[in-house]
Structure formats: C-alpha cells, structure tokens
Design a protein around this ligand. Structure first.
Ligand code: NAP
Ligand code: 8YV
Length: 321
C-alpha cells in the first residue's frame, strides 16, 4: 500500500525525522525558492504535516495543501498554529502534552537555583580569575521559607510545584479558575500575589489571553528582592518592562528560557549579572524529544489510519471520528 505523504515544515530533531520516515513518505519544506514547484507537484498529495511548536504552519501554506487532514505540532504550546483556521478547513491539530513536563519543570527549577544563587555570575567570577585574585564573593539569599508564586498551574506548573516540595517554600498560585484538586492558596489578582512573593514562576501558554500579563505592576510588586522565572512563553511577560526593571534594580533577578521575539534576546540582558538566559531549552533533552516525536508520530498514524488522534488540541476534539 502506498504510504501517506507528509510535509516536514521544519523545527524537527533528527529523532523526529527518523520516526516520521518509518511511517510516511516525508517531504521537507523547500523554502521560499522551491515552494511553488513543490506546492504544484507534491502539495495536492500531502495528507499530514509535522512541525516544531516554535515553527508552526502558516495559513498561507495550509491553504495550498488541499488534501491536508492533520497537523502534528511537536510541543505542548501551539500558539504558532491558527487553530480556528485549521478547524474551518476541517483539519485536525495535535500537540504533545505531558511527556515534557518533567524536563521543563527541571529547567525551571534550575533557573530558580541559578538565578537566586547567581550561579552564572560566579561561574564567570572563577573563570576570570577573580576568586584567585582575592576578590570578595558577595552573599546571596536562600529559598527555604520563601513564598513562591505560580503564574499558571497546568501540567507544567503542577510538576514544578511537585518538585518544589523538597525546598521548604510556601507555594501560592494565580490562574483564571481556582483549581479544586490542589490545596494551595489561589490569588485571583496577580499583582497582589506578586507583592506577597519572593519568587514568581511564569508557566503560561502564549496567545492573546496571556500577552503581557506579567506587566510593570506585577514586576514592581515582585520587587528588588524578587526573582522572576519565565518558562512558558516569552509573550506573557512585558519584556521591555522586565529589562528596564532589572536594569534599574526594581526587580532582583530573572531566569529566562523564553523570549518575546525568539531567537532574538534583548542585548541589555547580556551584561546583567543577575540574569540567567537559556535558548528555549525546556524540553530539549534526548529523552523528552524522543517522547515528543513518538507521540507526534502516533497521532499522525492513528488519525490518518483510524480517524482518531491521541492528543488533539482541545479546540479540535470535536474533529475526532
Ligand atoms: P496547561 O496545562 O494548559 O496550563 C496552562 C495554565 O495557565 C493553566 O493553569 C491555566 O489556568 C493558566 N492560564 C491560561 N491562561 C491564563 C490567563 N489568561 N491568566 C492566568 N492563567 C492562565 O499548559 P502546560 O502544559 O502547563 O504548558 C504551559 C505552557 O508552557 C505551554 O503552553 C507552552 O507555551 C510552554 N512550554 C514551554 C516550554 C519550554 O521549552 N520553555 C516547554 C513546554 C511548554 P486557567 O485556564 O484556569 O487560567
Ligand atoms: C519546544 C515548547 O521546544 O512544548 C512547547 O510548547 O515550547 C517546547 O517543548 C518547542 O515547541 C519546539 O518544538
């Protein structure tokens, strides 16, 4: 039987590419130059597409693939895909929730420890010979007994909380809807919560509802002794306000894995000793990327063969057989 034809639109690790190639006839997106020839010759026979969550699939491409039935996004966040548009064309969109919680939460905790204990700053200090040179090593603050606020308490937020149990912090959270399954204090007002916190984790999805949610008021409420950890989407934090607050000492420290305009990072942050930066690496381990690739392949195979996706995005559940 002829294998289904699949578009690899980009952002996939080798593991994911190999997994797809085992099941599908895979075509890599040729880029702007080769796109017209590709869309004319191969486009009509493409039934599935896969892409990294940071890449997505533009509507302009979706509209040129008349036989497209499913888009498998490798990532839990799918803000790069216009799901309303896909749905209007009857196209299923799937993502990869849960399999990445552990490693994303680990990186968030690593940022918390690195930012509060100034690990990167002191790494430089040693490399630059300043320890050997007898320079003073300023003290940092511990975290036991401190109040940690979770902005977003979904799959990843709850995993961070589970791991935080060993650190002896008080944990509170802000979401739109209080959760019935946790005993933590819920704050309906994020500014009020930030004012009570020493450390704030932002584990929010992207999109309109969260854009700029962590604004100047939240940052100022967290204050000069406060630490902000951003692990969800960069768009949820007002980045210019964050940079200004760090520069002026109105915010104590930050650990940032995600940014507003990736891969561009505000250069002002590069020289700040109180900031830890990673290039969107939350899920970037061999183990987790393998699990994400496996789930994406399973979604494609199951949907194209049986009309049933395994992890459709919530908006697309009604497109199941
Ligand atoms: P999730 O289970 O859907 O949780 C999202 C949480 O955010 C929920 O608690 C939700 O609660 C809250 N929320 C959503 N909109 C809100 C708003 N406007 N105001 C306040 N709270 C809001 O998602 P997840 O699986 O934990 O993933 C979260 C995000 O992390 C993903 O969407 C992705 O963007 C990001 N991510 C980043 C990396 C990385 O490499 N850094 C890796 C994986 C995921 P309510 O609905 O009650 O408000
Ligand atoms: C990925 C992510 O790095 O799952 C997400 O939402 O942000 C990360 O796991 C990203 O989707 C690239 O594939």
């Amino acid at each position: 039987m002829a294998r289904e034809r699949l578009l690899d639109y980009g952002g996939l690790d080798n593991e994911a590419k190999a997994g797809l190639a085992r099941h599908f006839e895979v075509y890599e997106w040729p880029g702007e130059e080769g796109k017209e020839a590709f869309l004319a010759k191969i486009g009509p026979s493409i039934s599935g597409a896969a892409a990294g969550g940071d890449v997505g699939l533009p509507n302009a491409v979706i509209d040129r693939l008349p036989g497209l039935r499913i888009i498998a996004s490798l990532g839990v966040g799918y803000d790069r895909i216009d799901t309303s548009h896909a749905i209007s064309r009857g196209i299923m969109v799937t993502h990869t929730p849960d399999v990445l919680n552990d490693d994303v939460a680990n990186l968030a905790i690593a940022h918390m420890l690195a930012a509060t204990r100034r690990v990167v700053r002191f790494d430089r200090f040693v490399r630059e010979g300043r320890w050997a040179g007898g320079e003073y090593r300023p003290l940092t603050h511990g975290i036991a007994g401190k109040t940690v606020g979770m902005v977003g308490l979904g799959r990843i937020g709850r995993e961070i909380v589970r791991k935080l149990a060993v650190f002896g912090c008080d944990i509170v959270y802000h979401t739109r809807n209080p959760r019935q399954d946790v005993a933590l204090r819920h704050y309906p007002d994020l500014v009020v919560m930030a004012g009570d916190c020493d450390i704030l984790f932002v584990a929010l999805p992207g999109g309109e509802a969260t854009t700029g949610l962590v604004d100047r008021h939240v940052i100022e409420a967290l204050g000069p002794e406060g630490t902000l950890i951003s692990i969800g989407r960069g768009s949820a934090v007002n980045e210019p306000e964050l940079v200004k607050a760090l520069a002026d000492g109105r915010l104590g420290a930050a650990g940032l894995d995600v940014f507003s305009n990736e891969p561009n990072v505000p250069p002002e942050l590069f020289s700040m000793d109180n900031v830890v930066l990673t290039p969107h690496l939350g899920s970037a381990t061999v183990e987790t990327r393998k699990a994400m690739a496996g789930l994406a392949v399973d979604n494609l195979v199951s949907f194209l063969e049986h009309g049933k996706a395994i992890t459709p995005v919530p908006e697309c559940r009604h497109l199941q057989a």
